[in-house]
Design a binder for this molecule. Structure first.
Ligand code: FAD
Length: 435
């Protein structure tokens, strides 16, 4: 008899934890992901703001499982499930359809941005949900400075105005990191331009930044951002977005050529394509044991799943929730194979953190321990290093951080436009026969 087939959709925090928890078991695990790498999403904003290299925050999935013989990998996008045949339909990058049979399935496809149907937000906004998003934002930000250097008159029209929408941890981190990039580095790179004319506006529709944090942490974040010259606008919402301006619901028009969208989040659209029950934010409804109701042997974990918390609400979309639920789903599969009953999933909350910039962060830990400033920043740095995948990545991130801290310099400030390579190939390809 062949070993039971376990398919894991997504090589994020949840998918990796589930596969690792199945090490040594007599199961045949296939991880399927549209990318051939795992992305450490919490550090994406540092790639977007030239703090880190793209390769520092990503790691090839095959490399992670080199020493786990029961894990295989398929680079493909899952598009649908056939629950009767117990197969997944996937599409490779080359456009081929590959059908994946499974005995047990873990859906760990994560989340994506939600634009709340705001006109122009998806078209012109820059989200931060993938490595490609981070590189696109870095290219765009740096290209605005080059455009302003070439044509200073553009500054009056908002070429150096950057609107960040969403006052949660991602918005706060992006705004703080942009301010440091401009003040620490671009002032030296663009010596003949008045970089201080660059403007960062952080817009949040509720009355507070960092909603789930305590009042002192919220105040600390705001004062640190304002000390870095960021305009914090609370109780304000975006009405529409155009390439060179952002219109607020109040009617105010902000000339800005860049809008970073850190406001809304929803489950990956795969949840809707799988023919399963979905709930708030498009997340897959699951029982307390993470099983998908009516779909035998199928589990949903992490951001894509609506996991019930102890207080009756849903667990937040956070990396520890994804990892812990991934390990639990793996445990459920082991129990199902052994014929043992299932167990409910209990999330152990180890706290939340957000960083604002150099020696500025907030951390809310269990037992009411709240840190801010340098201690919170050091805790944030240490934890992120600890959870990064791969020693090489840890070392590289550590060296980048030490270098930035000591020299006030930043890492890669490269405008690498993928279209450029395609255009070059097109120009090189002869369109008329050689005479
Ligand atoms: C910018 C940013 C900063 C964050 N900062 C923090 C933080 O500081 N602390 C914290 O705890 N959390 C943070 N989070 C949240 C945290 O990263 C997520 O909760 C966590 O990544 C969820 O893990 P996951 O495994 O559910 O999904 P993900 O890690 O998102 O992984 C999903 C995987 O599924 C793959 N996938 C998606 N659709 C398909 C498909 N159809 N077919 C094949 N593969 C597919 C994707 O390529 C991806 O690899 C942050 C998130 C973002 C976006």
């Amino acid at each position: 008899m062949s070993a039971p087939k376990v398919v894991i959709v997504g090589a994020g925090f949840g998918g990796l934890a589930a596969a690792e928890a199945l090490a040594g078991e007599v199961v045949d695990v296939t991880i399927v992901d549209r990318n051939n790498f795992h992305t450490f999403l919490p550090l994406l904003y540092q790639v977007a703001t030239s703090g880190l290299n793209a390769a520092d925050v990503a790691y090839p999935v095959r490399g992670i499982f080199q020493k786990q013989p029961n894990v295989d990998f398929l680079q493909a996008t899952v598009t649908a499930a056939d629950w009767d045949a117990r197969t997944l339909r996937t599409e490779t990058a080359e456009g081929h359809t590959v059908t994946l049979p499974f005995d047990h399935l873990i859906v760990a496809a994560g989340a994506t941005a939600s634009y709340f149907d705001i006109p122009g937000a998806e078209e012109h906004g820059y989200p931060l949900y993938s490595l490609a998003d981070a590189i696109a934002l870095r290219n765009h930000v740096l290209a605005r400075f080059e455009a302003a250097a070439a044509e200073p008159a553009l500054i009056d029209g908002g070429v150096l105005s950057f609107v960040v929408v969403g006052g949660g941890p991602t918005g706060v981190e992006v705004a703080g990191a942009l301010a440091e990039l401009f003040q620490m580095v671009l002032t030296k790179d663009f010596r003949r331009m008045d970089v201080h004319r660059a403007r960062i506006v952080l817009i949040e529709m509720t009355p507070a930044l960092l909603g789930p944090f305590s009042l002192p942490s919220q105040r600390h974040a705001r004062s640190e951002l304002e000390a870095r010259g960021i305009e914090v606008r609370l109780d304000q919402a975006v009405a529409s977005v155009e390439p060179t301006q952002v219109v607020l619901k109040s009617g105010e028009v902000l000339p800005a050529h860049t809008l970073v969208w850190a406001a809304g989040v929803q489950a990956n659209p795969l949840a809707a394509a799988l023919d399963v029950e979905t709930t708030r934010g498009g997340r897959i409804a699951v029982g307390t044991d993470l099983r998908i109701p009516g779909r035998a042997g199928a589990y949903a974990i992490g951001d894509v799943a609506a996991i019930p918390g102890r207080d009756g609400g849903l667990l937040p979309m956070l990396a520890p929730v994804a990892s812990q639920s991934g390990r639990h789903a793996a445990g459920e599969i082991k129990r199902a194979i052994a014929g043992r009953p299932s167990k409910p999933f209990h999330y152990r909350d180890k706290g939340t953190m957000a960083t604002i910039g150099r020696r500025a962060a907030v951390a809310e830990l269990p037992f009411g321990i709240h840190l801010s400033g340098t201690p919170a920043w050091l805790a944030w740095l240490g934890l992120h290093l600890l959870f990064l995948v791969g020693f090489r990545n840890r070392l590289s991130v550590f060296l980048n951080w030490v270098w930035s801290y000591l020299t006030w310099d930043r890492g890669p400030r490269l405008i690498v436009d993928q279209r450029e390579a395609r255009d070059a190939r097109r120009l090189e390809a002869p369109t008329t026969p050689h005479r």
